[in-house]
Unconditional design. Structure first.
Length: 248
Protein backbone atom coordinates (compact mmCIF):
# COMPACT_ATOMS: atom_id res chain seq x y z
CA UNK A 1 0.00 0.00 0.00
CA UNK A 2 1.25 3.51 -0.75
CA UNK A 3 2.27 5.57 2.29
CA UNK A 4 -0.35 8.15 3.32
CA UNK A 5 0.55 11.16 5.48
CA UNK A 6 -1.69 13.84 6.99
CA UNK A 7 -0.93 17.55 7.22
CA UNK A 8 -0.04 19.78 4.28
CA UNK A 9 -0.86 18.78 0.70
CA UNK A 10 -4.41 17.57 1.28
CA UNK A 11 -5.05 17.19 -2.47
CA UNK A 12 -1.98 15.01 -2.83
CA UNK A 13 -3.07 12.95 0.18
CA UNK A 14 -6.53 12.44 -1.35
CA UNK A 15 -5.10 11.45 -4.72
CA UNK A 16 -2.66 9.01 -3.11
CA UNK A 17 -5.46 7.41 -1.12
CA UNK A 18 -7.65 7.17 -4.22
CA UNK A 19 -4.80 5.58 -6.18
CA UNK A 20 -4.13 3.10 -3.37
CA UNK A 21 -7.77 2.06 -3.08
CA UNK A 22 -8.11 1.78 -6.87
CA UNK A 23 -4.98 -0.35 -7.16
CA UNK A 24 -6.12 -2.68 -4.39
CA UNK A 25 -9.57 -2.98 -5.93
CA UNK A 26 -8.08 -3.88 -9.31
CA UNK A 27 -5.88 -6.52 -7.74
CA UNK A 28 -8.82 -8.02 -5.83
CA UNK A 29 -11.08 -8.01 -8.88
CA UNK A 30 -8.37 -9.23 -11.24
CA UNK A 31 -8.57 -6.05 -13.29
CA UNK A 32 -5.33 -4.67 -14.70
CA UNK A 33 -6.62 -2.27 -17.33
CA UNK A 34 -5.39 1.32 -16.86
CA UNK A 35 -7.81 4.20 -17.20
CA UNK A 36 -7.95 6.07 -20.49
CA UNK A 37 -4.83 8.20 -20.79
CA UNK A 38 -3.08 6.45 -17.88
CA UNK A 39 -1.34 3.65 -19.83
CA UNK A 40 2.42 3.74 -19.32
CA UNK A 41 4.32 2.93 -22.49
CA UNK A 42 7.84 3.20 -21.12
CA UNK A 43 10.43 1.84 -23.58
CA UNK A 44 7.65 0.82 -25.99
CA UNK A 45 6.56 4.39 -26.80
CA UNK A 46 8.40 4.49 -30.09
CA UNK A 47 7.62 4.32 -33.80
CA UNK A 48 10.65 2.18 -34.66
CA UNK A 49 11.34 -1.31 -33.30
CA UNK A 50 13.96 -2.18 -30.72
CA UNK A 51 15.38 -4.63 -33.28
CA UNK A 52 14.71 -4.83 -37.02
CA UNK A 53 16.20 -8.31 -37.17
CA UNK A 54 13.34 -10.16 -35.44
CA UNK A 55 15.33 -10.00 -32.18
CA UNK A 56 18.24 -12.15 -33.42
CA UNK A 57 20.66 -9.51 -32.16
CA UNK A 58 19.18 -9.85 -28.65
CA UNK A 59 18.69 -13.60 -28.39
CA UNK A 60 16.20 -16.09 -29.83
CA UNK A 61 13.33 -14.55 -31.85
CA UNK A 62 9.88 -15.25 -30.45
CA UNK A 63 8.75 -17.16 -33.54
CA UNK A 64 11.86 -19.37 -33.47
CA UNK A 65 11.16 -20.23 -29.84
CA UNK A 66 7.71 -21.45 -30.88
CA UNK A 67 9.07 -23.33 -33.90
CA UNK A 68 11.56 -25.13 -31.64
CA UNK A 69 8.72 -26.12 -29.34
CA UNK A 70 6.61 -27.43 -32.22
CA UNK A 71 9.39 -29.44 -33.84
CA UNK A 72 10.60 -30.87 -30.53
CA UNK A 73 7.09 -32.21 -29.96
CA UNK A 74 7.09 -33.71 -33.47
CA UNK A 75 10.66 -35.00 -33.51
CA UNK A 76 9.46 -38.58 -33.99
CA UNK A 77 8.23 -37.57 -37.45
CA UNK A 78 11.65 -36.30 -38.56
CA UNK A 79 13.13 -39.57 -39.68
CA UNK A 80 14.08 -41.55 -42.76
CA UNK A 81 14.38 -39.41 -45.87
CA UNK A 82 13.94 -35.76 -44.86
CA UNK A 83 13.64 -32.61 -46.97
CA UNK A 84 14.17 -29.17 -45.42
CA UNK A 85 14.24 -25.69 -46.95
CA UNK A 86 17.37 -23.52 -46.98
CA UNK A 87 19.42 -25.63 -44.55
CA UNK A 88 19.32 -28.90 -42.63
CA UNK A 89 19.40 -27.13 -39.24
CA UNK A 90 16.13 -28.54 -37.87
CA UNK A 91 16.75 -31.98 -39.35
CA UNK A 92 20.04 -32.17 -37.46
CA UNK A 93 18.64 -30.74 -34.24
CA UNK A 94 15.39 -32.67 -33.97
CA UNK A 95 15.68 -35.61 -36.35
CA UNK A 96 16.25 -39.22 -35.32
CA UNK A 97 17.05 -42.19 -37.54
CA UNK A 98 17.50 -39.85 -40.51
CA UNK A 99 18.86 -41.90 -43.43
CA UNK A 100 18.85 -39.15 -46.05
CA UNK A 101 18.90 -35.37 -45.67
CA UNK A 102 18.09 -33.08 -48.62
CA UNK A 103 17.99 -29.28 -48.70
CA UNK A 104 15.72 -27.38 -51.06
CA UNK A 105 16.48 -23.82 -52.17
CA UNK A 106 15.79 -21.54 -55.09
CA UNK A 107 19.33 -20.16 -54.72
CA UNK A 108 21.85 -22.24 -56.62
CA UNK A 109 24.67 -20.56 -54.69
CA UNK A 110 23.54 -22.04 -51.40
CA UNK A 111 26.30 -24.57 -50.58
CA UNK A 112 23.87 -26.68 -48.52
CA UNK A 113 21.27 -26.97 -51.28
CA UNK A 114 20.96 -30.39 -52.88
CA UNK A 115 17.73 -29.65 -54.79
CA UNK A 116 17.34 -26.35 -56.66
CA UNK A 117 13.68 -25.53 -57.27
CA UNK A 118 11.16 -22.71 -57.01
CA UNK A 119 8.23 -23.65 -54.79
CA UNK A 120 5.95 -21.57 -57.01
CA UNK A 121 6.41 -24.33 -59.58
CA UNK A 122 8.38 -27.11 -57.95
CA UNK A 123 7.72 -29.67 -60.65
CA UNK A 124 11.33 -30.83 -60.35
CA UNK A 125 10.71 -32.25 -56.91
CA UNK A 126 10.89 -36.06 -57.01
CA UNK A 127 7.71 -38.09 -56.57
CA UNK A 128 7.09 -39.97 -53.31
CA UNK A 129 10.64 -39.65 -52.01
CA UNK A 130 10.39 -38.18 -48.52
CA UNK A 131 9.25 -39.52 -45.17
CA UNK A 132 9.22 -35.97 -43.77
CA UNK A 133 9.31 -32.43 -45.14
CA UNK A 134 10.22 -29.62 -42.73
CA UNK A 135 8.81 -26.35 -44.06
CA UNK A 136 9.28 -23.54 -41.53
CA UNK A 137 8.38 -19.89 -42.21
CA UNK A 138 8.59 -20.34 -45.98
CA UNK A 139 5.13 -20.05 -47.56
CA UNK A 140 4.99 -16.30 -46.93
CA UNK A 141 7.59 -15.92 -49.71
CA UNK A 142 5.69 -18.12 -52.17
CA UNK A 143 2.96 -16.32 -54.08
CA UNK A 144 1.35 -19.50 -55.40
CA UNK A 145 1.43 -21.46 -52.16
CA UNK A 146 -1.26 -23.84 -53.39
CA UNK A 147 1.10 -25.02 -56.10
CA UNK A 148 3.83 -25.40 -53.50
CA UNK A 149 1.64 -27.53 -51.24
CA UNK A 150 0.54 -29.67 -54.19
CA UNK A 151 4.13 -30.46 -55.14
CA UNK A 152 5.24 -31.01 -51.56
CA UNK A 153 2.36 -33.44 -51.07
CA UNK A 154 3.40 -35.24 -54.25
CA UNK A 155 6.98 -35.56 -52.94
CA UNK A 156 5.91 -37.27 -49.73
CA UNK A 157 5.87 -41.03 -49.54
CA UNK A 158 2.52 -42.57 -48.56
CA UNK A 159 2.42 -42.08 -44.79
CA UNK A 160 4.98 -39.26 -45.05
CA UNK A 161 4.54 -36.12 -42.95
CA UNK A 162 4.72 -32.41 -43.70
CA UNK A 163 5.71 -30.30 -40.68
CA UNK A 164 4.92 -26.69 -41.49
CA UNK A 165 4.91 -23.32 -39.75
CA UNK A 166 3.71 -20.01 -41.16
CA UNK A 167 3.74 -16.47 -39.73
CA UNK A 168 0.73 -14.80 -38.18
CA UNK A 169 1.55 -11.63 -36.23
CA UNK A 170 4.97 -10.66 -37.49
CA UNK A 171 7.35 -7.94 -38.58
CA UNK A 172 8.04 -8.05 -42.31
CA UNK A 173 11.40 -8.20 -44.02
CA UNK A 174 10.27 -6.39 -47.17
CA UNK A 175 13.64 -4.72 -47.75
CA UNK A 176 15.43 -7.99 -48.43
CA UNK A 177 12.87 -10.35 -49.98
CA UNK A 178 9.31 -10.54 -51.31
CA UNK A 179 6.93 -11.23 -48.43
CA UNK A 180 3.38 -11.97 -49.56
CA UNK A 181 1.38 -13.60 -46.78
CA UNK A 182 0.56 -14.00 -43.13
CA UNK A 183 -1.93 -16.76 -42.36
CA UNK A 184 -4.41 -17.82 -39.69
CA UNK A 185 -5.14 -21.29 -38.37
CA UNK A 186 -8.40 -21.39 -40.36
CA UNK A 187 -6.57 -20.53 -43.57
CA UNK A 188 -3.94 -23.22 -42.95
CA UNK A 189 -6.60 -25.84 -42.19
CA UNK A 190 -8.45 -25.13 -45.45
CA UNK A 191 -5.30 -24.87 -47.57
CA UNK A 192 -3.94 -28.18 -46.34
CA UNK A 193 -7.39 -29.70 -46.73
CA UNK A 194 -7.12 -29.21 -50.50
CA UNK A 195 -4.22 -31.66 -50.62
CA UNK A 196 -4.43 -33.85 -47.49
CA UNK A 197 -7.33 -35.72 -45.95
CA UNK A 198 -8.90 -33.67 -43.12
CA UNK A 199 -8.39 -36.44 -40.55
CA UNK A 200 -4.65 -36.35 -41.31
CA UNK A 201 -4.25 -32.65 -40.53
CA UNK A 202 -3.41 -31.16 -37.12
CA UNK A 203 -3.13 -27.39 -36.72
CA UNK A 204 -1.88 -25.52 -33.65
CA UNK A 205 -1.41 -21.84 -32.83
CA UNK A 206 1.30 -20.23 -30.73
CA UNK A 207 1.29 -16.77 -29.21
CA UNK A 208 -0.56 -14.25 -27.11
CA UNK A 209 -0.73 -10.49 -26.67
CA UNK A 210 2.59 -9.99 -24.91
CA UNK A 211 4.59 -12.38 -27.10
CA UNK A 212 3.05 -10.89 -30.24
CA UNK A 213 3.86 -7.38 -29.06
CA UNK A 214 7.39 -8.39 -28.11
CA UNK A 215 7.93 -9.98 -31.52
CA UNK A 216 6.81 -6.83 -33.33
CA UNK A 217 9.26 -4.76 -31.30
CA UNK A 218 12.11 -7.23 -31.87
CA UNK A 219 12.32 -8.30 -28.22
CA UNK A 220 13.88 -11.76 -27.82
CA UNK A 221 12.21 -14.74 -26.20
CA UNK A 222 14.80 -14.76 -23.39
CA UNK A 223 13.42 -11.37 -22.29
CA UNK A 224 9.99 -12.85 -21.52
CA UNK A 225 9.01 -15.23 -18.76
CA UNK A 226 8.16 -18.88 -19.37
CA UNK A 227 4.47 -18.33 -18.59
CA UNK A 228 4.35 -15.28 -20.87
CA UNK A 229 5.63 -17.36 -23.77
CA UNK A 230 3.53 -20.43 -23.01
CA UNK A 231 0.16 -18.68 -22.79
CA UNK A 232 -1.93 -19.24 -25.91
CA UNK A 233 -4.55 -16.75 -27.08
CA UNK A 234 -6.00 -17.66 -30.52
CA UNK A 235 -6.79 -13.98 -31.10
CA UNK A 236 -3.04 -13.25 -31.17
CA UNK A 237 -1.45 -15.90 -33.38
CA UNK A 238 2.30 -15.37 -33.73
CA UNK A 239 2.79 -18.55 -35.71
CA UNK A 240 0.54 -21.31 -36.99
CA UNK A 241 2.02 -24.81 -37.00
CA UNK A 242 0.65 -27.84 -38.78
CA UNK A 243 1.29 -31.55 -39.21
CA UNK A 244 -0.17 -33.11 -42.32
CA UNK A 245 0.27 -36.75 -43.32
CA UNK A 246 -0.12 -38.14 -46.82
CA UNK A 247 -2.57 -41.02 -46.84
CA UNK A 248 -0.77 -44.34 -46.60
Amino acid sequence: MAEITAGHGGARWTETLRHSIRSQAKRLLGIGVPEVGAARWGDLRRTSPISRNFGYDRGTPIDRHYIDDFLSRRSADIKGSVLEVKSSNYTRRFGSDVTRSEVLDIDSENPQATIIADLNAATDLPDQQFDCIVLTQTLQFVYDFNAALRDLHRSLKPGGVLLMTVPGITPLRTRRMDWYWSLTNLAVQRLLGEHFRPENIEVAVYGNLISGTAFLYGIASEELGRDELAACDPDYQVIVAARAMRTA
